[in-house]
Design a protein around this ligand. Sequence first.
Ligand SMILES: Cc1cc2nc3c(=O)[nH]c(=O)nc-3n(C[C@H](O)[C@H](O)[C@H](O)COP(=O)(O)O)c2cc1C
Length: 223
Amino acid sequence: MSEKIAVGEAVRRRRTVRQFRSDPVPESAVREILDLAGLAPSGGNLQPWRVFALAGEPMAELKRTVASSEGEEREHQGYPPNLWEPYRTRRFKNGEELYAIIGIPREERPRRLEQLAKNGDLFGAPVGLFFFTERRMGRLQWADVGMLMQNVMLLAVERGLDTCPQGYWVRYGQAVAAATGAENEDLILIAGMALGYADEDAVINRYRAGREPLESWAQFRGF
Ligand SMILES: Cc1cc2nc3c(=O)[nH]c(=O)nc-3n(C[C@H](O)[C@H](O)[C@H](O)COP(=O)(O)O)c2cc1C
C-alpha cells in the first residue's frame, strides 16, 4: 500500500468510489493525508479550511442521525436552479449511466432514492471528512478548500485509499455541524468526503465518468 506513484498517475487513478470495504483507516494515515494536503495553495495564504474527520462511534452516530432525519433546509444548493445546457445534460447523463450500471431503471424512483441515501452511510466507508470554511468567507476561499480536497483525494490514491467527494452532506449541514462541533463556530459545510478502501468487486465501482475533450473547454492563444 506504500507504493509511490507519480502525480499524473494519481490523477488518472482517482475516481469516485461508491462502495467501500468496512476495513478501518488508521488515524495516523488520515492525519498524514490531511497534514500534506494542507500544503495546498490559498489566496493570501489564508488557509481558510476547517476539516473534521469522523470515524468509529461519532461517525456511526451521524450516519444514524441522517438515516432517521426528515431532512433540513439546505444552506446552499448543490447546483444552480434550472441548470442549463450543456451542464443539464451532463448531469442527467451521469445519473443515467450510474443507475444503468447497477440496473436501476428511471421509473424505479424508490430504488434510486435508496441508492442516493447510501451517501449518508458514506457508501460503507469508515471515515467521513467534512470540509468547512467560515461562513463570511468569499468565493475564492471556497476554491481554496476545493484545492485542499483535491490534495486529499490524490494523497489517498497514493496510499491505496479511495474517496467519494460528497455534496450530499450539505442536505444535513446542521446534523454534521452538531456531530463535529462545528456548530460552536461560524462555519459553513462545503462538502463531505468518504474515505476508505474501495470494494473492487462492487459493480458500481466499475463506472467511469467521461470527460469533455480539452478543445471544448480550453483555448490557447499566443503560443
Ligand atoms: C464537490 C463535489 C461533490 C460531489 N458530490 C457527490 C455526492 O454527493 N455523491 C456522489 O455519489 N458523488 C458526488 N460527487 C462525485 C461526482 O459525481 C464525480 O466526481 C463526477 O461524476 C466525476 O467522476 P469521477 O470523480 O469518478 O471522475 C461529487 C464531486 C464533487 C467534486
